[in-house]
Design a protein around this ligand. Structure first.
Ligand code: ADP
Length: 260
């Protein structure tokens, strides 16, 4: 599925996004649209800016130039004169509520059970009623295959189970968009499959997802579109069976040959 076939507004609309760290420009003008229900995998060598771009989408990093809209709301931006316009903390918090993020490391609260971890944000951030949140959290535990683990503490769970709790925790906020930053790269190989299975089902259920991953078989099977980044630019993008099976650019070819 290519972007040109979509009608309606993109959920994520990024235009000419730039970002530097200490004079080192790591995003050199990224344009990207992601439409509702679309699954986009970001591929590329380490250091190409994939994680930074993901973090810019939910304002964990502020951008230096360009614009990012999420669901029609403008995130921070720079104007033509280079003046930065950042949102207030309150505006950022409101926008982040719409976006779930799953990191490489799961960062669960160690002193809270799986169920309490999932219930935390809807109660604390959204002020929802505990009973309703509890019901939703139990359903989410079932969705990620951990129906029998509500009372388990993170230390009692495997890495794969913890990552599935982290996905359920993000979903508890009922986000419009899910961002995954190499969600399986910290896991032992035998635990990768159980996390990808949950993500695959989420994609099937219609969640809009942007996934930074090195899991080529996942990208091939689940992504509507893969975006290959290198050196802070988008080098090539398209349906996985085109980009992964038949890359056009030398940099994509070289990267993919190293992945196989
Ligand atoms: P990728 O996800 O493709 O591996 P990253 O977005 O993590 O790439 O990193 C891109 C570049 O930005 C790297 O050179 C990295 O060292 C640098 N970088 C990322 N975050 C920071 C930071 N907070 N401070 C300084 N440099 C950073």
């Amino acid at each position: 599925m290519s972007t040109t076939q979509h009608s309606g507004e993109p959920l994520v609309h990024a235009v000419n996004v730039t970002k530097s760290f200490h004079g080192n420009q790591v995003l050199k003008g990224i344009d990207m649209d992601v439409h509702p229900g679309e699954v986009v995998c970001l591929l590329g060598p380490s250091g190409s800016g994939k994680t930074t771009f993901l973090r810019c989408i939910n304002q964990l990093e502020s951008i230096d130039g360009g614009r990012i809209w999420v669901d029609g709301d403008l995130m921070g931006y720079a104007d033509r004169g280079g003046t930065l316009h950042h949102l207030t903390d309150k505006q950022i918090a409101a926008q982040r509520r719409e976006i779930g993020m799953v990191f490489q490391r799961f960062n669960l609260f160690p002193h809270k059970t799986a169920l309490e971890n999932i219930m935390e944000a809807p109660i604390q951030v959204k002020g929802e009623k505990k009973a309703a949140v509890r019901e939703r959290a139990l359903a989410l535990l079932e969705q990620v295959g951990l129906k029998d683990k509500p009372s388990a503490y993170p230390a009692q769970l495997s890495g794969g189970q913890q990552q599935r709790v982290a996905i359920a925790r993000a979903l508890a906020m009922e986000p419009k968009l899910m961002l995954f930053d190499e969600p399986t790269s910290a896991l032992d190989p035998e635990l990768v499959g159980e996390v990808l299975k949950v993500m695959r089902q989420l994609a099937k259920d219609g969640m809009t997802m942007i996934v930074v991953t090195h899991e080529m078989s996942f990208a091939r099977e689940v992504a509507d579109r893969v975006v290959f980044m290198d050196g802070g630019v988008v080098v090539e993008q398209g349906p996985p069976n085109e980009v992964i099976s038949n890359p056009q650019h030398a940099r994509t070819k070289s990267f993919l040959s190293r992945m196989r």
